[in-house]
Ligand binder design. Structure first.
Ligand SMILES: [Zn+2]
Length: 407
């Protein structure tokens, strides 16, 4: 053994006795630290459960106090606070949601991603509270903030842009909404033609209401340039043409709806009937209705065809037609048409026909006429933007009476 090494071993027993208390102290400290951590974890879980219980017991103030303290002390609870703020917002308690997100943003130790999420949530709180200026400013700030990697689009930029467009929708700032739809298309490469065309229609509708037909037509053409399937644009174009006494142009716009979206022909039927009546070409409408019913088989088309048959060829022909339809495809709408035609054709003194007619009218008048194909929202009138899910052009006419969900 080399002499140096032998000397080292010689001093080991002394060193051992010196290190022994240090090792014992370290062990004690580690054990104590682990115990403290365990205790803190138990406290945290206990407070978390307590906060949730307060929420479930509908005591949001107490829940807020406990759950925000939890977040103050522990970084990993940031997600919990984000959920808490969202929960308050969904309950309509935007003041509390704003408080939670502000408190979160005051933390100096948030990561960039956590700060961006908190800012997006806060912007949404402002939107829900109707503080649109603040929401706009916040989302614009997020959009202007630099991305981490220049070669990729930051996800929060896209989210901020979507939310900013929702702010402009709520404020009915359609020009800004269109401009930011274009920006979204550039950013994502996806096309947002339906909603951009609807914004143009909103501008056209405003111009029409203010008796500015040229401006209205300009926006309608823009709507169709952006979305060739925009039925709303053609419905309004037809109304503009009718106002100017140009029924031929109105008919062109109305018939175009069949290739745009046949389900929305429902909205064109009254205008089609009026235009043809003024032009003295109702027989042409009858031919088209017969073809359309063969193509789509919709009960509201059958009812309209029966009414047109009655005008052109009398009630008997119409009754024969609607009776056959009812046999093949029973519907309340068909039944009401049959009762209307029957009472016109054979006025009776009995009580039952007027009673049935009145009942069927009341049932249909009380039932929803349109349903959103995205969220199931039902309505008696057509909304171009669903009031529930806020999507555009998702409400369609129902084919028949629907039972409304009891309150
Ligand atoms: Zn909806």
């Amino acid at each position: 053994m080399p002499p140096g090494l032998a000397d080292s071993f010689a001093v080991l027993p002394g060193l051992f006795w010196l290190l022994l208390p240090i090792a014992a102290a370290s062990g004690w400290w580690l054990a104590r630290h682990a115990a403290q951590q365990e205790e803190a974890q138990e406290d945290r879980q206990s407070n978390y459960v307590k906060g949730l219980n307060y929420l479930l017991a509908d005591q949001p103030d107490q829940a807020l106090e406990i759950l925000t303290q939890l977040t103050d002390a522990h970084r990993e609870a940031v997600d919990s606070q984000l959920v808490l703020g969202r929960l308050f917002r969904r309950r309509g308690e935007t003041d509390r949601a704003i408080y939670v997100h502000h408190k979160l943003l005051n933390r100096p130790d948030l990561s960039d991603a956590q700060r961006q999420r908190a800012l997006l949530e806060l912007g949404e709180d402002y939107t829900c509270a109707g503080l649109l200026d603040r929401a706009e400013e916040l989302f614009q700030q997020l959009l202007d903030s630099p991305v981490q990697h220049e070669y990729e689009t930051a996800e929060y930029h896209v989210t901020a842009l979507h939310k900013l467009i929702a702010v402009y929708e709520q404020g009915k700032d359609w020009q800004q909404a269109i401009a930011h739809c274009d920006r979204l298309e550039q950013m994502t490469g996806q096309v947002y033609r339906t909603q951009a065309a609807q914004y143009c229609c909103e501008l056209a509708q405003t111009a029409y209401t203010h008796q500015q037909p040229d401006s209205a037509l300009h926006y309608l053409n823009e709507a169709l340039r952006r979305n060739a399937h925009c039925t709303r644009a053609n419905l309004l174009r037809a109304r503009l043409a009718t106002d100017q006494g140009d029924d031929h142009t109105a008919l062109q716009a109305l018939y175009a709806i069949e290739w745009q979206n046949p389900l929305l022909l429902h909205e064109a039927l009254a205008a089609l009937t009026e235009c043809h009546a003024r032009l003295g070409t109702s027989h042409a409408l009858l031919d088209w209705l017969q073809g359309a019913y063969e193509r789509y088989g919709l009960s509201w088309l059958a009812s309209h065809l029966a009414q047109q048959l009655a005008r052109e060829h009398g009630s008997t022909a119409a009754l024969n037609f609607i009776s056959k339809v009812l046999h093949d495809q029973p519907s309340f709408m068909g039944l009401r048409t049959w009762l209307e035609l029957h009472s016109r054709e054979q006025p009776t003194t009995d009580d039952i026909t007027p009673l049935l007619l009145r009942s069927s009218r009341q049932l249909l008048d009380a039932s929803a006429r349109y349903r959103c194909n995205q969220c199931g929202f039902t309505s008696k009138v057509l909304h171009w933007q669903c009031p529930s899910c806020k999507r555009w052009e998702t409400l369609y006419p129902l084919s028949d009476l629907t039972c409304r969900t009891p309150p």
